[in-house]
Design a binder for this molecule. Structure first.
Ligand SMILES: [Zn+2]
Length: 382
């Protein structure tokens, strides 16, 4: 079923002639424009509101010149939504869908993202439209989208689709008023995997607000130094790598988790340098633009807007802890492995091994052997 008995829709450019039957309008008559009406409401008899516009409806047959009536049904919404992206390339073109130059320049769409609910019909229709137009020589590419992704739906707190009748609708304005726009943005990115549905959680919103407050309060522990803290340099390079890759792959939730974890490490360290803070703000800016701009401004951390600055770079070599895996033995028998700093001394290596063994280490210790970078062997007598 393609035609609809309502006003708002593209008119279907055909006429019904008593002699010739259904006849398409000549191309020179296109586009056919809707007539002006006083009332857009549906009629009592199920006819299109346009049917009353007899001046518009009564016309002549393009074929025989005899009396004919225009089709008064209109196209469904998805007729227009199947090719709007072509029109976007050249919205004021008055002689075609878009100029061939504009279509050649812009098409195909580099990256087309939409709701999961559109995955079947809208994609099927829009692709069909485009292929038809390609076969007709109107558009220059057979496939309309170079890359296509879908995001999951945000459900009500009860796990059901949000709707007025279910009373589970969350109004974003309320969240912005109570928690701020950055919290809403952060939470929406943090709520779950991009392509999966997720249920709203007010607790989760509060958690994101708390995270941003912790980012704000870091201002109180910034030193004058302007290179990465020695104790944090590995964590910072790891986080730049993780967040950069995650953003590229639409894994916003794990990117935010990585930044939360970095902020925890900042607090554990007790103080951070300007460089440490600057990198965090750059990474967080796409998710929480207002608070990061404000902090940068107050502390003079970055020139101009945060987003105008270069994305932080990481050094692969610095993402790897300088650690080594050693074997832990008791009386020469393997009991497990342990990762320790490569430059660990004998005492700390043996202490780490004992901690790992815990209550599995029984009897009295006769001898402790450490082969640097390879083995700790503890010899016990029962
Ligand atoms: Zn005719």
């Amino acid at each position: 079923m393609f035609s609809r008995q309502r006003y708002w829709g593209e008119p279907i450019p055909v006429v019904n002639c008593e002699r010739c039957g259904w006849v398409p309008l000549d191309e020179s008559e296109l586009p056919l424009i809707l007539p002006e009406v006083e009332s857009y409401e549906p009629t009592d008899n199920g006819e299109s509101p346009i049917a009353k516009m007899t001046d518009w409806v009564n016309t002549v047959c393009p074929c025989c010149g005899g009396p004919a009536k225009r089709e008064t049904d209109t196209m469904p919404q998805w007729a227009g939504s199947s090719w709007y992206f072509l029109r976007y390339t050249d919205p004021s073109c008055d002689y075609a869908i878009a100029s061939p130059e504009a279509l050649k320049y812009w098409m195909p769409v580099d990256w087309y993202n939409g709701g999961m609910e559109h995955t079947t019909l809208h994609l099927l229709y829009s692709r069909f439209w485009n292929r038809f137009l390609y076969d007709s020589g109107v558009v220059p590419v057979a496939e309309p989208y170079a890359k296509r992704t879908s995001h999951g739906m945000i459900l009500g707190e009860n796990g059901e689709k949000m709707s007025k009748s279910r009373g589970n609708v969350v109004n974003p304005d309320d969240i912005v008023n109570e928690f701020g726009a950055d919290t809403l943005r952060t939470y929406e990115m943090f709520i779950g995997a991009f392509e999966l549905s997720a249920a709203w959680s007010q607790e989760g919103v509060r958690g994101c607000r708390k995270f941003l407050e912790r980012v704000w309060k870091l201002q109180e522990m910034v030193t004058d130094e302007d290179s990465y803290s020695k104790a944090l340099v590995t964590r910072i390079h790891q986080t730049i790598k993780k967040v950069s890759n995650d953003y590229e792959n639409l894994k916003f939730n794990t990117a935010i988790a990585a930044m939360m974890s970095l902020v925890n490490d900042f607090y554990k360290a007790g103080s951070i340098t300007r460089a440490d803070y600057r990198t965090l703000l750059l990474l967080l800016n796409p998710v929480a633009p207002h608070i990061t701009e404000e902090i940068s401004d107050r502390m003079g951390l970055l020139r101009g807007r945060v987003y105008q600055n270069a994305w932080p770079e990481y050094d692969e070599a610095k993402t790897v802890e300088d650690t080594v895996e050693i074997a832990v033995q008791v009386n020469g028998k393997m009991r497990g492995t342990l990762t320790i700093p490569r430059d660990s001394d004998r005492e700390s290596a043996i202490a780490a091994a004992k901690e790992m063994l815990g209550t599995r280490l029984q009897g009295s210790i006769v001898k402790e052997i450490y082969v640097p970078g390879r083995i700790v062997n503890i010899v016990v007598r029962p």
